[in-house]
Design a binder for this molecule. Sequence first.
Ligand code: FAD
Ligand code: SF4
Length: 327
Amino acid sequence: MHLDPFELHRPTSVEATVRLAHELHGRFDYLAGGTDLLPNYKMHLNLRPHLIALHDVAELSGHSPTRIGAMERLAAIDEDAAYRTAYPVVGDAVGEIATPLVRASGTVGGNLLVETRCFFFNQSYFWRESLGFCLKADGDKCHVVPQKEVCYATFSGDLAPALMVLGAEVEIAGPTGRRRLPLGDLYDAKGDGIRRLAIAPGELLVAVHLPADAGSWRGRYRKLRVRPSFDFPELGVAVAARFDGARVQGLRIAIGGVEPRPRQFDELTRPLEGGALSDDRVRELAARLERSVRPVHNTFLAPDYRRRMVGVYVRRALADVREVRAG
Ligand SMILES: Cc1cc2nc3c(=O)[nH]c(=O)nc-3n(C[C@H](O)[C@H](O)[C@H](O)COP(=O)(O)OP(=O)(O)OC[C@H]3O[C@@H](n4cnc5c(N)ncnc54)[C@H](O)[C@@H]3O)c2cc1C
Ligand code: SF4
């Protein structure tokens, strides 16, 4: 497998980057660590003739307790013991992304915007050609759910659910300026595995911002994967809670790895706020969450198994946060 030629651009400011993106009219991809994009390019998946490298845009680097630049390396968060202690849910998630080598190059922005995955997509050109191309690259049908309209490729990033339950917002830059939106709204609720983002093509992710109260949420992330050494999540469950004595004051759960976008389930967790987080309530919540997700057969583990594991992992993650409170 080889990389086809492309033109590489290296802007040095956010404004110059989005201006260039606008001029290239969608005929480009942003290049961060390249740990997702370049393997996809080698497999001839949706190649573009231009790459805009973000490495020289100083504003995209660095992290503080309330801001992470989009180009901050995953390793920088993973190796920051104080950050991991302040936000255990982020520490859990970042420490389980890929391998140390990938984390040394991979970035926070690239992780939040990582391409959705599917058996029939993450394959070489020849493999895909011999079976018949699909909607997400070069073709016009889906092999997972036979039809010609919707792609069910799975969002398989670990960080998004963990940052969502802390109330993170993303800062986005486009040709008309900057704006902020809740991280969960970055992912298009009406989209699919192809039209997966709610931002316009060419808009740039500048940073992730955490609210001032993020440190008061006790959170954990639990990940199901085949090989613990480096696999993508087959399911990722992030839980964050705030307690007032025995009562749970706030409760958030976000789930990734089972659908085309990570989803937070406030409609199921809010009714529990103000009461005790009893074993019965936890069991009922876990069962409801299990019924709410829609995995399909496009990753290694069977969809029914992944769905059942939602309940198991929610119960385990909630037990973890209850333990932290007790300690
Ligand atoms: C062996 C292996 C194992 C992996 N395992 C995991 C895993 O367990 N969990 C996991 O979450 N990921 C995993 N990954 C995927 C990937 O390495 C990570 O998600 C990584 O964080 C991607 O970051 P990057 O900087 O390399 O992104 P890139 O590959 O550079 O970019 C990814 C996508 O984001 C876009 N993009 C990047 N930055 C911006 C920005 N600032 N604004 C707008 N668009 C942007 C790019 O155009 C591209 O579409 C794995 C990868 C490999 C090779
Ligand atoms: S879900 Fe269907 S359209 Fe989407 S990548 Fe898989 S086979 Fe292709």
